[in-house]
Unconditional design. Structure first.
Length: 408
């Protein structure tokens, strides 16, 4: 897989060319490029450089990375998680109750629709649905389940709209995909055209404010191009003709680990007046990230050193696990990486080269400690491993507790 990177010349949001550095993470991998034993050392590694725009305060990845081949074979999915399915059902019901009153058969488009589970929830509520998904494997799975899915990247052009087979939509939904878009303004212009008058846009991204508070440096990835909070996403949406309705569609207990969920309504104007973003305050809040993240990485390394000699496994081969472990000096103190849905057998995590096993490995070779990176599913993970393999609750540690200095 040949990967090409190019440094951006201007802000992805406003086009200004003045950037200030936020954080640099050296020699980091892709989150999903697991490698066979004979390919260890051949995986893609490059610096992740995050900057902020001096003009609009937007935080972004300074590189464009050509990931066409990467996403073509992308397989990450949370379809086996009961918690994730509960979230998807709650999201569909919440949107129906808030946004679809008086609409007999709402038409819903999902951008980055994966295996189609979210659209299935809308379909069960009587909606007509269609998805767009760049991964061929995930799109094929969705189509096999009866969820019409176009394989490819979202295209808001007239040609792209024709391919979807619908003239317009009552709602367009995208979960943890919007921050993967290199040109969000271009996509929002397409969405604005495709939505019916008074249609709604529902976006879920990682919350930059939560990343800062929790030192979740693992969410700075090659695959993520923008990092937004309530203030900057509201500003971006207003630039493109959307008015934010709510950030509280769902209770926090239902939402996933680092979730910024916004519902915005298509406004009659192409753009809205009244910009209120305090750019200076946004920039000032970012100044401490590099030092804070370095300290957080140090706490994780120190925790591993404290438990040296014990069999410690990392649970969660998604982005959090892969990227966190890749940043550690002491990653070799981990014995393995566990995931309920590993990408395959005989594969190793990129850069750290931990072998990745399915959950049954916890029964074959018992661990002394299980460091859980998928903290949003922590209770679900603990309950399943305890029930199946008889582990004690005290053997599980959330990465958030270690990052916050609360785990012994």
């Amino acid at each position: 897989m040949t990967i090409k990177q190019q440094r951006i010349a201007a802000c992805r949001i406003c086009g200004d060319r003045r950037f200030v550095p936020v954080i640099l993470l050296p020699d980091m991998p892709f989150t999903d490029e697991f490698v066979a034993k004979e390919r260890i050392g051949a995986e893609f590694l490059a610096d992740i450089e995050i900057v902020a725009c001096e003009a609009c305060g937007s935080v972004q990845n300074v590189h464009d990375t050509d990931m066409s081949d990467y996403y073509h074979d992308y397989t990450y999915s949370v379809q086996s998680s009961g918690f994730a399915r509960g979230f998807m059902k709650a999201l569909a019901c919440g949107i129906q109750q808030r946004c679809f009153e008086g609409i007999p058969q709402p038409v819903v488009l999902e951008i980055g629709s994966g295996t189609g589970e979210q659209l299935q929830e809308f379909q069960r509520l009587g909606c007509r649905v269609v998805g767009v998904e760049p991964s061929l494997k995930l799109a094929d799975h969705a189509n096999a389940q009866g969820i019409r899915t176009i394989q490819g990247f979202f295209d808001g052009s007239e040609r792209g709209r024709v391919a979807l087979g619908e003239e317009s939509f009552d709602a367009i939904v995208t979960s943890y995909t919007f921050d993967h878009l290199p040109n969000p303004g271009e996509v929002l212009r397409g969405i604005h055209i495709m939505l019916k008058p008074n249609g709604v846009l529902v976006i879920e991204v990682h919350d930059l404010d939560l990343i800062r508070r929790r030192d979740e440096f693992c969410l700075f990835e090659h695959e993520h191009y923008t990092y937004l909070n309530e203030r900057t996403i509201a500003s971006l949406l207003r630039r493109h003709g959307f008015e934010v309705e709510t950030f509280t569609l769902l209770d926090e207990a239902v939402k996933r680990g680092n979730s910024l969920l916004v519902v915005a309504r298509k406004a009659p104007e192409a753009a809205l007046e009244g910009e209120t973003l305090d750019v200076a305050a946004e920039l000032a809040a970012l100044g401490s990230i590099q030092g804070s993240v370095s300290e957080a990485i140090g706490r994780l390394d120190a925790w591993l050193a404290l438990h040296q000699g014990k069999r410690i496994v990392a649970y969660g081969a998604g982005g959090r696990g892969v990227m966190t472990v890749a940043a550690l000096e002491n990653h070799a103190m981990l014995s393995a990486m566990i995931d309920k849905n590993p990408k395959g057998s005989g594969l190793f995590s990129p850069k750290s080269h931990l072998e990745v096993f399915g959950i049954d490995e916890l029964g074959r070779q018992r661990a002394d400690l299980v460091l859980v990176f998928s903290f949003g599913y922590f209770q679900e993970i603990v309950a399943e491993v305890q029930e199946r393999f008889g582990y004690d609750a005290g053997q599980f540690v959330s990465m958030l507790d270690v990052l916050g200095g609360g785990a012994a």
